[in-house]
Design a protein around this ligand. Structure first.
Ligand code: NAP
Length: 244
C-alpha cells in the first residue's frame, strides 16, 4: 500500500493524524517544506510522483494555491484528499450551533483565509473531504491548542478569565485525529463540522481541564466575551469532550 502524505507535520494536528494512521497500519510520509518548497511546482510535482501517495491529508497552513494544487493532483489520480478547515470561518455576528447548511461569514483574516482555502479545494477537487475543526485540546502544554494557551495565560497573569457566555467549538486532539481518519477512509466527499463540545461554556471547560490535570489554576468567571460557535453535524460521531 502506498503511503499517505501529510502536510503540516511540524504542527499540532498532523502528528496526531499520523499517529492514528500508523495505529491502523498505514504508512505515512511527511511533506518537508524545507526540502521541497511547495512554491516550486517542478520540485513539488517530482516529489509527489516519487511518493505516489494513496491519499493526502493537508493540515499545513500556507498558500491556498498549494491546497488547490494538492487537491487537484489527488483528483487527477482519483486519490482521497482531506483538508482541515476551521470553525473560525463563522463570524462573531453569527450564532451557533452551526449546521452544515449554514453559510459561513468570516469576519477576520484567518477565517477569510480558511474559507478561501475551502473554496479553492472544492473547485479543484469536488471529491475532496473538508473537515472544519474547533479549538484543539491536549491534556498537556505545547502546540497550538487550548491547554497550552491556558498554561501560558496563567503563567503570565497568575489567573485565567473564562467567560460563561462563550461556547467554543473544540475537541480533544486524539478524538479529532480518529474522526479525521474515519472521514478519510469511509465518508463521502463533502464538508463536515467536527465539534466534541456537548454544550459546555468556556468557564466549565477550563474548570474541568484544571480538575483533570490537577493544574491548580486560579479561574475567574466572566461574561465579557459572548460567542457561540458550536457546530453540529449528525453525519459524524460526536467526539465527546468527556471532561467530567
Ligand atoms: N490547532 C487548532 O486548535 C485548530 C483549530 C481549528 C482548525 N485547525 C486547522 O488544523 C490545521 C492544522 O492546525 P495546527 O494547529 O496543527 O497548525 P499549526 O500548529 O499552526 O501548524 C501548521 C503547520 O503548517 C505549516 N505551515 C506553517 N506556516 C506555513 C506557511 N506559511 N506555508 C506552508 N506551511 C506552513 C507548518 O508545518 P510544516 O513546517 O511541517 O510544513 C506548521 O507547523 C490548520 O489548517 C488549522 O487551520 C487547527
Amino acid at each position: 500500500m502506498n503511503p499517505i502524505l501529510l502536510t503540516g507535520m511540524h504542527g499540532t494536528v498532523a502528528p496526531a493524524v499520523a499517529a492514528e494512521l500508523q495505529k491502523r497500519g498505514a504508512a505515512v510520509v511527511a511533506w518537508d517544506r524545507r526540502r521541497v518548497p511547495p512554491e516550486r511546482p517542478e520540485e513539488a510535482r517530482a516529489f509527489l510522483d516519487s511518493v505516489q501517495p494513496s491519499a493526502v491529508v493537508h493540515c499545513a497552513m500556507g498558500d491556498p494555491g498549494w491546497a488547490a494544487w494538492l487537491a487537484q493532483a489527488c483528483a487527477r489520480q482519483d486519490r482521497p484528499f482531506l483538508f482541515t478547515g476551521s470553525a473560525s470561518v463563522y463570524g462573531k455576528h453569527q450564532t451557533g450551533p452551526f449546521t452544515p447548511d449554514q453559510v459561513p461569514e468570516p469576519d477576520d483574516d484567518y477565517g477569510r483565509y480558511k474559507l478561501d482555502c475551502e473554496r479553492r479545494v472544492r473547485e479543484a477537487n469536488p471529491g475532496a473531504r473538508i473537515v472544519r475543526l474547533g479549538w484543539q485540546i491536549a491534556l498537556r502544554p505545547g502546540g497550538n491548542q487550548m491547554v497550552d494557551f491556558l498554561c501560558r495565560r496563567h503563567a503570565e497573569r497568575g489567573h485565567i478569565h473564562a467567560s460563561t457566555a462563550w461556547f467554543p467549538a473544540c475537541s480533544f486532539l486524539h478524538d479529532t485525529a480518529r474522526v479525521l481518519v474515519d472521514v478519510l477512509e469511509r465518508f463521502e466527499p463533502g464538508t463536515y463540522l467536527l465539534d466534541g463540545n456537548p454544550g459546555m461554556d468556556f468557564f466549565q471547560i477550563v474548570t474541568a481541564l484544571d480538575r483533570a490535570m490537577r493544574a491548580g489554576w486560579t479561574i475567574h468567571a466572566t461574561d465579557d466575551f459572548r460567542f457561540n460557535n458550536l457546530m453540529r453535524d449528525d453525519r459524524l460521531p460526536r467526539a465527546a469532550l468527556s471532561l467530567g
